[in-house]
Ligand binder design. Structure first.
Ligand code: PTJ
Length: 243
């Protein structure tokens, strides 16, 4: 039992949810370690959406809305943390949702697809093929899904696949709390923010941005600025931690 008045209530509840999902095989054990790393970076960010992350979220909405074939790629952690938020983003952006896993088993794919469906996601499933230029199991995807997408949103990515997707000519939008990761640096657009804060902001921007604003955002973003600003925010908090 975690008491509601615990100062770290939200963080502890999130850990509980991930641990429960790990027991069911939805989250991989590696996913628990990935979450811990994310928490450390979120602490440095002050556990809030920065101005530059908000700009990245608006730009992500603009890129998704301008895409011909947008896809949201979902793994164990993102399904466990944000299934309902992903359903809402799918409704607003019209993106296809496909499960793609590093620790891939048929059983895990089935459990994650069911969790997403129960939350209202229209999951793109069916036969996967080994289509991406990767030696691990994230190479498996659907021909009419991730493989033919022009814009892919990838929460909690690994660097290899992000690089592979970019090398295939896709625009890759990463959500990653670590601005130094290979994913963050290889992506076309990186949102340095926590997944459950980032996804609803992208959805809101899909619903609210005018066509004129979307056009401006898709041509004016600078990922190097977004990463540098995230590092600046973290450094500033560290520098003033004991003030
Ligand atoms: O595909 P699965 O489900 O079999 O598991 C894949 C994992 C999560 C194990 C795989 O993608 C992985 O190894 O990820 P990495 O390389 O550890 O990277 C995860 C990145 O996501 C790290 O840079 C973390 O800082 C970041 N991260 C973790 N939790 C969050 C996050 N970023 C945003 N929001 C989070 N909640």
């Amino acid at each position: 039992m975690i008491p509601r008045d615990h100062p770290r209530y939200y963080s502890l509840m999130t850990r509980e949810r991930l641990a429960r999902c790990a027991k069911k095989g939805i989250v991989s054990f590696g996913g628990l370690a990935a979450h811990g790393r994310g928490e450390a970076f979120d602490y440095l960010l002050g556990e809030k959406t920065t101005k530059s992350a908000f700009l990245a979220q608006q730009t992500a909405a603009a890129l998704l809305m301008a895409a011909h074939h947008p896809v949201i790629s979902v793994n164990g952690n993102s399904a466990a943390l944000a299934a309902h938020e992903i359903a809402a983003l799918q409704r607003s952006s019209g993106a296809l949702v496909e499960v793609n896993l590093f620790h891939r088993t048929k059983k895990r794919i089935g459990s994650i697809e069911r969790l997403l469906q129960d939350a209202g996601v229209d999951v793109f499933s069916g036969e996967a093929e080994r289509l991406l230029p990767l030696s691990h199991d994230r190479a498996w995807c659907r021909r009419n899904g991730i493989f033919s997408s022009d814009v892919v949103l990838v929460p909690l990515e690994d660097g290899d696949r992000c690089e592979a997707l970019v090398s295939m000519g896709k625009k890759v939008i990463a959500i990653d709390l670590n601005p130094l990761s290979r994913t963050a640096r290889a992506a076309t657009l990186t949102i340095v923010d926590e997944l459950t804060r980032a996804v609803p902001n992208i959805t809101r921007a899909c619903n609210e941005l005018s066509q004129k604003d979307r056009d401006r955002l898709t041509v004016s973003f600078d990922n190097n600025y977004l990463l540098t600003d995230a590092i600046r925010e973290m450094t500033a908090r560290l520098s003033h931690a004991l003030d």
